[in-house]
Design a protein around this ligand. Structure first.
Ligand SMILES: [Zn+2]
Length: 95
């Protein structure tokens, strides 16, 4: 029913992220967009900007996005963490 490419545009995601799944909940008038990052992506340490491979993932977070029609849009994603030699394991910045 929903085009994941469309939501890629709607949420203005950077190339590292892709929409994995879009679910419509008619009863609660919510749209749940599940976002994943591409395999093998490199992430910048939020403190020194050094590019690092994904170390692990923080627990899933949910962001409220502006509504699509009358539906409340909620984006769900597990944010990557990187292990920086200087700053340790840190969570990357989210677009
Ligand atoms: Zn760092």
């Amino acid at each position: 029913m929903f085009d994941t490419d469309l939501y890629q545009q709607v949420l203005s995601l950077s190339a590292a992220w892709r929409v994995a799944d879009v679910k419509l909940d008619i009863e609660s008038t919510q749209i749940h967009v599940h976002v994943e990052h591409a395999e093998g992506s490199q992430w910048a340490c939020p403190r020194c900007q050094k590019k690092l491979a994904c170390y692990d993932h923080a627990p899933e977070r949910t962001w409220r996005h502006r509504n699509t029609c009358q539906f409340q849009t909620l984006a769900h994603a597990r944010i990557s963490r990187v292990e920086c030699p200087e700053h340790g394991v840190v969570q990357v910045k989210v677009p």
